[in-house]
Design a protein around this ligand. Structure first.
Ligand code: FES
Ligand code: MG
Length: 590
């Protein structure tokens, strides 16, 4: 290995080789030698490559990284770097109470301090479970040192009685069967656990697969990385290549600020539609963009709303992660989108080459999984942005609108795309569970289920609760979904076409606070309006009443989070943190 000169002196030299400051460097050197590093190794000018380790026993979706990191280290060593692995604050999507959403900004804050305050020249971000991707990308932008994403990959496909069962999606589907009395509790559990046959993150196009695809679409990972299933041999191989590439990026000073441009984010949003991506992509993409200094507007989402769905993967379609990978994964989807002119292939990526160069020749090999742009699975299948007197911003994931739902709600002659319904309002999910089967509510197919108190402030953190199931009596009549609306989120694995992420939320003074059960809500998908048909005088009177209560903070972080976090429409970021960008330009004081 010939020693090269980096484009910009490595920042680790500040610690280990500051001229005339041997007193200082001695302090830094002596303890790193505890695990066998020699002073010469640390002083010889090799870049120090961090590995942000997101796997742990509290992060089962990312646990594969505990093993993969060994291959990342091999790659870093072979390319002439020094690996240093350190833990990321765990973010376990479906176990962390009151919600893992609290942890995205906490992991972000922690990683910023690690990357900024330690002698790290470049970093491998190990991603997987939903928020582990945006948290780390956000931090990489704030500090702005060379960074490359290594996803852990989805689990193998799940099977139950000869049918594909996908993470999360099977739970929402089996829950409806349970409610309708078609299956027992044991059968429900059996179906749910069958969906998780191996190490890896969710195997559906839920938030994890979506965010890793987005990272690849943004140009932050090696081509093809996102879709490789966790147990496949290619996963270990790409871990090695990612480690190698991180060293080169340190020499080239290829930082996130050069990659995360407005073009990159527009590309990522287009990709989100084509893959039938999670509704959680909206706050996460906005958060990553804001930390990168890029504005993403409602118009950007609407431009991508008109794009087609190409990937036939649950919850919007049929298949799971293994088939998607074999069909060509993200590179094959990007090939379609670049050829159609809706993704700008000139965008720079971590390879040092453009997106188009990365995916050249990578065409889908299975057209039942990745559809051609000219003959898509569904036309106009992105997030529809809505506003009205109940909120300023909310989205509806239209790729999951089923034929049953479309026929019942969106095809009234002369009123296509418009529906009106009687609001049934719940204050949080406990209230929903207590009352959904209460006959006094008289819920029928003309109702809209509304949940509030589920946003960043109200929950706190914003909960995945908007995909509310109809009462059991309706399920038994074969009505498997009602229109739903709320100021929380829903799982990316859900097949519910809810109106969600409503901002501002009820707890922040949004219109959902004055909505009452029995009010009529009118939703017009043609104009993107959602309004309660309540007159101004009555709205003003209700605004004078006490707002719906929300629970007190239980931990110091919950209190701080509530004080500093904005609304989902704006990414739910720590608002004060957005102004810090490129902190690595100034070395922290000794
Ligand atoms: Fe972690 Fe889905 S719950 S990836
Ligand atoms: Mg989730």
């Amino acid at each position: 290995m010939t020693m090269r000169t980096p484009v910009r002196p490595f920042r680790s030299r500040e610690w280990f080789a500051a001229p005339g400051r041997s007193d200082m460097t001695a302090l830094y050197l002596e303890r790193f030698m505890n695990y066998g590093l020699t002073p010469d190794e640390l002083r010889c000018g090799k870049p120090i490559i961090g590995i942000a380790q997101s796997g742990s026993d509290l992060s089962p979706c990312n646990r594969i990284h505990v093993d993969l990191a060994k291959r990342v280290r091999d790659g870093i060593r072979d390319a002439g770097g020094i690996p240093m692995e350190f833990p990321l604050h765990p973010i376990f999507e479906n176990c962390r109470r009151p919600t893992a959403a609290l942890d995205r900004n906490l992991a972000y804050l922690g990683l910023v301090e690690l990357l900024n305050g330690y002698p790290i020249d470049a970093v491998v971000l190990t991603t997987g479970c939903d928020k582990t991707t945006p948290a780390q990308v956000m931090a990489a932008s704030t500090v702005d040192i060379p960074a490359i994403v290594l996803s852990g990959g989805p689990m193998l496909d799940g099977w139950h009685e000869g049918e594909l069962v996908g993470s999360g999606t099977v739970i929402w589907r089996a829950r409806r069967k349970l409610g309708a009395g078609e299956i027992t509790e044991d059968e429900f559990l059996d179906m749910a656990t069958s969906s998780a046959p191996s190490a890896g993150h969710c195997n559906t196009m839920g938030t994890a697969s979506t965010m890793n695809a987005i990272a690849e679409g943004l140009g932050l990972s090696l081509p093809g990385c996102a879709a490789i299933p966790a147990p496949y041999r290619e996963r270990g191989q790409i871990a090695y290549e990612t480690g190698r590439r991180a060293v080169e990026m340190a020499y080239e000073d290829l930082r996130p600020s050069k990659i995360l441009t407005r073009t990159a984010f527009r590309n990522a949003i287009a990709l989100t539609t084509a893959i039938g991506g999670s509704s959680n992509a909206q706050p996460h993409v906005v958060a990553m963009a804001r930390h990168a200094g890029v504005e993403v507007t409602a118009e950007d989402w609407m431009a991508a709303y008109d794009l087609p769905l190409l990937v036939n993967m649950q919850p919007a379609g049929k298949y799971l992660g293994e088939r998607f990978h074999r069909a060509g994964g993200v590179p094959a989807v990007l090939t379609e989108l670049i050829e159609a002119g809706v993704v700008d292939g000139s965008a720079l990526t971590v390879t040092g080459r453009s997106l188009a160069e990365n995916v050249a020749g990578r065409v889908a090999s299975d057209r039942d999984v990745i559809f051609p742009y000219a003959a898509p699975l569904k036309p106009a299948a992105g997030f529809l942005v809505l506003k009205g007197n109940l909120f300023d911003f909310a989205i509806m994931k239209t790729s999951v609108v089923s034929e049953e739902f479309r026929t019942r709600y969106l095809t009234r002659p002369g009123h296509e795309g418009v529906f009106e319904g009687r609001a049934i309002v719940f204050d949080g999910s406990d209230d929903y569970h207590h009352r959904i089967n209460d006959p006094a509510l008289d819920i029928d197919e003309h109702c809209i289920l509304v949940i509030r108190g589920a946003g960043p402030l109200g929950w706190p953190g914003s909960a995945e609760v908007v995909n509310m199931q109809p009462p059991d009596a309706l399920l038994r009549r074969g009505i498997t979904s009602l229109p739903t609306l709320g100021d929380g989120r829903q799982s990316g694995t859900s097949d519910s076409p809810s109106i969600l992420n409503a901002s501002p939320e009820s707890a922040a003074g949004g219109g959902l606070a004055w909505l009452r059960t029995g009010d009529t809500i009118r939703i017009d998908l043609n104009t993107g309006r959602c309004d309660a048909l309540v007159d101004e005088g009555e709205i003003a009177r209700r605004r004078g009443e006490p707002p719906p209560p929300f629970p007190a903070s239980q931990t110091p972080w919950e209190e701080l989070y509530r004080e500093k976090t904005g609304q989902l429409g704006e990414g739910g970021v720590l608002e004060f943190a957005v102004k810090y960008r490129g902190t690595s330009a100034t070395p922290p004081r000794h």
